[in-house]
Design a protein around this ligand. Structure first.
Ligand SMILES: Cc1ncc(COP(=O)(O)O)c(C=O)c1O
Length: 424
């Protein structure tokens, strides 16, 4: 079931606070994260696996790179899945040591790879070309340099085609039929081969795709041992653990997942460590997005609720057709009146947050809440239509703190240059 929250005197409560009070103090739009939920989610998934075997949770920080949230996960003992030098540097800034960061790029430039090497973090190689580039950069330092490969497992899953990454022919990973050759080449170059990694996609609520991908990884781990005398330290089966976005949607059963996957690895291989890379699972339902109703329009064939959030603030509905539950936080659990499309201030007809939602008589000034906004929410936001990015707030046990201030027009203009000759 989707995580829902209490109402008190008709007002939605979040993190021990009234959402109306939060909106009054910080304004809208604002992303609000409950610290306790982030910590609970981390512990739930970590315990589900570590009960059985040595486990590393690599938080896929692309989901949410706010420094305060990274700091919370650093305190919990998380590791990091980083996909860019920017993410690596952000995680170092948040206090992660390089050995707790595994960098997995795709189509990585030589320059970026050199910068990543300089940070000292671990590297998961995505292609044969990247391996050769890395070897060039390292020279003699290849000997004993820890390395793993991302492979294309031929298993795809996810909430939509844009987030399915593991299918045959995908742009990610070393293609299935060349995996053994890639490992043989890495061995020849003298690398210290530590593991194997795959990611099938994002947002699945069932255990099956994870079982399928782990079967593939187990098969390779055993072939690497038998054919190349390579003994892997870890199997990393990626992220993608889903979170219910709809009220009645089923949850991903992480207890079952932990028991099943660790049993497979322990029974069928000599590998002693399992790694997984949840992004969404750790941060998605920890966060709501609060917005103001700015206008209500009867367009004849449709009723619209206009708000101060569009796809600049939350792109998932427009980009992936994703469902986000919405409600009026100041008329919480009030009887609903009619069906509305919830839309934003962006000048595009594709700018929407939710279609056909029954809401309780929305009026200008009402407070709209968007659920499950913590993953790929702020981190995918933009300044399109010259709208500065919004604030982020952290709540814990009834107290709220600003963890990102709103941008201003200065942020938008700062790096632009009008050539002198154009100036009068
Ligand atoms: C390689 C890799 N690992 C982990 C993730 C995290 O996925 P999720 O947030 O669905 O757990 C992604 C998402 O794109 C990914 O590409």
């Amino acid at each position: 079931m989707m995580r829902d929250f209490e109402g008190k005197n008709g007002v939605m409560q979040f993190g021990g606070m009234s959402t109306v009070d939060i909106a009054e103090e910080f304004g809208t739009p604002v992303y609000v994260t409950d610290e306790n939920i982030v910590r609970e989610s981390y512990r739930r998934v970590y315990n589900a696996f570590s009960r059985f075997m040595d486990t590393e949770i690599h938080y896929a920080c692309k989901a949410n790179t706010n420094l305060a949230i990274l700091t919370i996960l650093e305190q919990e003992g998380s590791h990091i899945d980083a996909v860019s030098i920017g993410e690596v540097l952000t995680c170092l800034k948040a206090g992660f040591t390089p050995d707790r960061i595994l960098y997995t790029g795709v189509n990585v430039s030589r320059d970026e790879l050199r910068q990543v090497v300089d940070t000292g973090c671990r590297i998961n190689v995505d292609s044969e070309g990247e391996l050769e580039k890395l070897a060039d950069i390292l020279g003699d330092r290849c000997k004993g340099f820890p390395l793993s490969f991302r492979i294309t497992p031929g298993v795809a899953s996810g909430h939509g085609t844009k987030v399915m990454t593991g299918g045959k022919g995908a742009k990610f990973g070393v293609p299935y039929d060349r995996v053994m050759d890639a490992y043989a080449r890495a061995k020849e170059l003298g690398f210290d081969i530590k593991g194997i990694h795959a990611h099938t996609g994002s947002g699945g609520n069932t255990v099956d795709p994870f079982i399928d991908v782990v079967e593939v990884l187990i098969d390779f781990a055993n072939r690497l041992r038998d054919e190349l005398d390579i003994h892997l330290e870890f199997i990393d089966f990626g992220g993608g653990l889903g979170v219910p976005y709809k009220p009645q949607e089923e949850e991903c059963d992480v207890e079952d997942l932990g028991a099943t996957i660790t049993d497979m690895i322990l029974e069928e291989t000599d590998v002693k460590k399992v790694c997984l890379e949840p992004g969404r699972y750790l941060v998605c339902d920890s966060t709501i997005l609060l917005a103001s109703v700015t206008d209500v329009k009867d367009a004849g064939t449709k009723l619209y609720v206009g708000t101060d959030i569009g796809f600049n603030t939350l792109i998932r509905p427009a980009f992936y057709d994703s469902y986000h539950h919405v409600a009026l936080a100041n008329k919480f659990n009030k009887a609903c009146t009619a069906k509305y499309d919830v839309v934003g201030p962006i000048c595009e007809s594709g700018d929407y947050i939710a279609h056909d939602r029954i809401l309780p008589d929305p009026q200008e000034g009402d407070l709209l809440v968007v659920y499950n906004a913590g993953a790929y929410g702020f981190s995918m936001s933009s300044t399109y239509n010259s709208r500065p990015k919004c604030k982020e707030v952290l709540v814990k046990d009834g107290k709220a703190e600003l963890i990102r201030d709103a941008e201003t027009m200065e942020n938008i203009w700062r790096h632009q240059i009008v050539p002198e000759r154009l100036r009068r």
